[in-house]
Every structure is written in C-alpha cells, then in structure tokens.
Design a protein around this ligand. Structure first.
Ligand SMILES: [Zn+2]
Length: 159
C-alpha cells in the first residue's frame, strides 16, 4: 500500500511560505485500487498528477472534505468516466444531497460506523468520530490490526 498526502492543511488550507503552506487535507491511497480520501476545494491542484481513480472515501460533510465534488465531476468527465463510487456515512451523503445540485457522477455507497469494506488490497473500517465533543481519538474494539485504515462516518451532523 502506498500513501501520498496531497494536503495536510486546515480547512481553507494553511497559509504560509514554503513548506509551511499546505492545501486542505486529502490522502491518495494506492492499494491495488486507487482511492482518494476526501475531495477538497483544492482537488483541481491535488489531482493534476492523477490519471485514474477507483473510489473516494469521504470523512465528513464539511467543505474542507467535500467541497471539491463539483471539481471531481469535471475531472471525471474529462476522462470519460460517468460515475464513481463514493463511500461515506449516511449523514454526510444527506448533507451533500442538500448542498449540491449535480451529483449524477456520485455513486454513493453508504457506510455505517463499524462497517468494513475491502477495496483492492485495502481493508477499511468505518469509525465514528464525534465532531462536537472534545474526545480523544480511540479506535473501537472492532478496529483490529487487520484493518489498514479507518475513516470517520458521523452518524449525525451538526446543523
Ligand atoms: Zn472539516
């Protein structure tokens, strides 16, 4: 499995000079399939070197994680791809469907906390991480060492 951080900045990116300047957080995963974790508002810049993509995992419905959904549509269309699987929590999918008019390129795959998926050679575990509470990140007992990656799927979404 190969990971490439496309951005490690805060929402809106992290300003600064040189190495301290960072795009919004996104992760490229090569694991027999090409996965992208989060489609940020910086997707256009982050996808320049990318030729193909098999699926997207969305962590939450904020613009810093999903704001590039429109850019993703243009990117897919320019490569002759009509639809792409997007794995996300139900609350995230609901929020996107309210926010965006054009989502015909999104083949939403709802994931519940605790749900497991095998995509290529990557074993994924969906983990709920409360957004409001100040709580320490703590993998649930189901997240064993047989899991390659966890991503958050909030059950509810602050309004
Ligand atoms: Zn966010």
């Amino acid at each position: 499995m190969q990971l490439r951080f496309l951005g490690t900045g805060a929402s809106g990116g992290t300003p600064g000079r040189g190495r301290s300047q960072r795009l919004e957080s996104s992760l490229d995963v090569e694991a027999g399939v090409r996965l992208l974790i989060d489609v940020t508002r910086d997707f256009e810049r982050q996808s320049r070197a990318r030729e193909c993509l098999d699926a997207v995992l969305l962590t939450h419905a904020h613009a810093d994680a999903c704001g590039g959904v429109g850019q993703l549509r243009r990117w897919l269309r320019s490569r002759g791809v009509e639809r792409l699987p997007l794995y996300a929590g139900v609350a995230t999918i609901d929020a996107l469907q309210k926010r965006f008019r054009r989502l015909d390129h999104c083949d939403f795959k709802p994931v519940r906390p605790g749900g497991r998926r095998q995509l290529g050679s990557a074993r994924l575990f969906a983990l709920e991480v409360p957004m409001r509470a100040r709580s320490a990140f703590r993998p649930s007992p189901g997240a064993s060492d047989r899991v390659d990656a966890c991503w958050s799927t909030p059950r509810t979404w602050p309004g």
